[in-house]
Design a protein around this ligand. Structure first.
Ligand SMILES: [Mg+2]
Length: 195
């Protein structure tokens, strides 16, 4: 079996970001849950009545600044078990998250510590943790993300890109390799390692 560099996105792969963002807006803005349905596309602000990108960003930064990202939200099923099993099998696990905003917000230090703390708290095993919007910046052999464009970039870089199924990536034109669970992703890793 080959030892692989196995990559993971954080939000909507390991962490329930949309659920957390909904909780943040409910508690800070008083928005009803009915106003915030499961998104049908990645840039879902307008679906929740947030017309401006800037307003969406301001809310997202406020959620990050509040510390919610290390105190709220249970891991996606299998996050701890799957990452631990991969490391135990001799692979390395590389977490690459785009959790980074323009420096002018002054929130990136909080985000980095929140992310690391939440991963540690929930026993999620990893070898490296990087904050990059370009998911190919950290070399991996196989990588999972919920954003179709990121999966395309991984495939274009020569790795195996896998799409984590989500309500916001159901476009029927999307033909990327898709899984509905982290356990299914681990099976793909096993296939690649033994191919
Ligand atoms: Mg994501």
């Amino acid at each position: 079996m080959r030892k692989l560099r196995v990559g993971f996105d954080v939000d909507e792969v390991l962490y329930p970001w949309v659920e957390t963002f909904r909780h943040h807006l409910h508690t800070t803005q008083g928005w009803t849950v009915d106003r915030m349905p499961d998104p049908t596309r990645y840039a879902f602000g307008p679906e929740w009545g947030i017309a401006e990108e800037r307003e969406f960003l301001d809310h997202a930064v406020a959620a990050a600044r509040s510390g919610l990202l290390h105190s709220y939200g249970a891991p996606i099923a299998g996050a701890s078990e799957v990452t631990r099993r991969l490391v135990d099998a001799g692979h390395t696990v590389h977490i690459v998250t785009a959790r980074r905003y323009d420096d002018s917000y002054g929130v990136n230090d909080v985000l980095m510590s929140s992310t690391r703390r939440w991963l540690d708290q929930h026993g999620i095993a990893f070898t490296t943790l990087d904050f990059e919007t370009d998911k190919t910046a950290v070399p991996t052999d196989v990588y999972i993300d919920d954003r179709p464009e990121n999966v395309d970039a991984i495939c274009a870089a020569g790795a195996v890109g896998v799409l984590m199924d989500a309500s916001h990536n159901q476009d029927p034109a999307c033909v990327r390799r898709r899984v509905t669970s982290l356990a299914a992703y681990a099976q793909i890793v096993d296939e690649v390692a033994t191919a």
